[in-house]
Design a protein around this ligand. Sequence first.
Ligand code: TYM
Length: 416
Amino acid sequence: MPSEEDSISFEKSNMTIDSNEIETDNDSESDPNRVKDFVVTPWEVEGDIDYSKLIEKFGTRAIDDTLIEKIKNFTGEIHPFLKNKYFFSHRDLDVVLDEYKRGNKFYLYTGRGPSGLVHLGHLMPWLFTKYLQEKFNVNLIFQLTDDEKFLFNSNLDMEAIQKYTYENILDIISIGFDPKRTKIIVDTKHIKYLYPLSIEIAKKITYSTAKAVFGFSNSSNIGMIGFPPVQGAPCFLPSIFENKPTPVLIPAAIDQDPYWRVTRDVAEKLGYPKPAQIHSKFIPGLTSLGKMSSSRPETALFTVDEPEILETKIKNTFTGGQPTIALQRKLGGNANICPVYWYLNYLFDTEKESQERYNDCTGGNLLCGECKGDMIKKVKPFIKDIQIKRDKAQNLIKDFMIDGKDFFEDDNAGSN
Ligand code: TYM
C-alpha cells in the first residue's frame, strides 16, 4: 500500500531549486519560515520577533541611514515610519529610486486578504503607501485576495469573505488614495486581469520550490499550492499597462515576503523587472506577543469599533508594567515588550515624546494607566475620522475598481 509520502515521490526525484535567492530547507519537512522562538509566514506570525534575524533569514537588506537620506532627496523629509524604523527592511528600494530619478516611474502595489475586519495593523502599510503615492505621484494597484482567504481558512465560506471584502474596500478608500491613480483588484471578480500572468509565473515555479518557500505539506489543499502566482501577478501588471518594463514597489509587513521571493525569482525569466519591497514590522496584539490579528478579535483594534469598545480594549491591554504601583515606581516598567508603548511610538508620539515616555516608564515615573489614557485619547479620534470617511466611501467604490463597476454590480448586467 503506498503511503501518502510515496504519492509525491516522483516530485522528489525532480527536486531542483530554481533560485539563487530562495533559501531552501529540503531535508526537513518542517516549515522553513520557522526560526527558533518565533515564526513569520504569510499566514502565521507568532512569538517574540527578532527583526534582525528575519533580515538574515529572508535575505533582505536593512534600511540604513544612507537609504533614508536617499528617500529624503525625493520626499523632502523623513517620514516618522522611517525615523522610528517601523519600515526596517527592503529589497531593491535603491534601484527603484534610481530608476525614478531617470524618469522611469514605479507603480506601488499592496493588498489585503479579506478574512475579517480591518485593524490598526493593516492600516500601517496603507498609510505609508498613501504617503508614497502622494510624494512620488505614482499609480497604485491594490489587490484583495479573497481567493487566498477562502483556500487558507477552513472556517470561512465565500459569503462571509465577500462581506469582509466589501467592508475592507471601504477602509481602503477611507485612507484617501487618489482615485485617478488607484485601481482595486478583487481576485474572484477581476481574475481576467491576473490569470494570463499567473499561469506564466506558475509554470516557472516547481512544487519543491513552493514547498521550500511556503512550507506546504501533503495536507495542504491544491488550491493553496496554486495560489502564490495570483499574488505575484500584480507585480508585472504595470509593465503590461505601460507597455514597457515598469518597476513595482510593494509596501507591506515582512510576513508577505515569501510571495515576493518566488516572484522576484521568475521576473527576469519572464522579461519583467524584479518587484522591489519595503518591509514593515508588526503592530503587536493587545494581549500577547505576535501580531495584531483579525482572526483573534481580542488582540485587535478595528476601524469599526465604537469608542467605548476601543476604550475597554485598551484598558484591558497587556503592558510591560509591574504588578503593583509600588513595584512600578521602584523597578520601572518594561517598555520594550509593551504594546501600548509601541502603538504610541509607531503611530502617535513624536520621537522626543516617545523617548521621554520610554525613560519615564523604565525609570518608574510613569504608570500604565497614564499611557493607556494617552492611547485612548489618540486612538478614539483617529478611528472616528476613519469611520466618517468609510461612510462616504460607499459612494466611491466604482471610482476605484479596476473594471469601473460597483462592488455589487452584476457582472452580466446588460448582456443577454
Ligand atoms: P493581510 O490581509 O494579512 O494584511 C494586509 C496588510 O497588512 C499587513 N499586516 C500588518 N502590518 C502590521 N501589523 C500587523 N499586525 C499586521 N497584520 C497584517 C500585511 O503585511 C499586509 O501588508 N496576502 C495578503 C494580501 C495581499 C497583499 C498583496 C499584501 C495581496 N497582495 C500585496 C501586501 C502586498 C494578506 O493576506 O494580507
